[in-house]
Write a protein that binds this ligand. Sequence first.
Ligand code: ZN
Length: 154
Amino acid sequence: MQKYYILPKEIPNIIMEKRLCPKCNAEKTVKSGIVGERQRYKCKKCGYYFTVNKIGKQVDAYYVVKALQLYIEGLSYREIERILGVSHVSVMNWVKKYHIKVPNNYEYHPTYKVLKHEELMEFMQDESNTKGAGILITELGDKYMIIKWERFKK
Ligand SMILES: [Zn+2]
């Protein structure tokens, strides 16, 4: 069975984009207090301070929906944390809040991959990627996430 993994490097591009240092583009930034209504960050590489808008309610709802979607599809809290960049504790809280229940005994575990549009087109063109498998494509930031099942291949 083919396995898909998200390269750790891709994650900041999806969710943490707003935290990249605007000066040197470094991904390693740390929270450094709130200035006005905005979260301030400090770049660990060049020491530059910058602020970003705090995530609004609308954006929150976006991640809540995505997180719950992934949870229902059988991904673990930790996996969701890794993919969306939201803490697994938040995801747990949302699952509780919205009374999401998932059957315990999945016979299968979905695999997933985050792709750019061109990569998605390439993926879909290869019939062996889709034959005998269930595929769900969902938006993720400016990319697409493919969730794939191969339940019936057993
Ligand atoms: Zn920097």
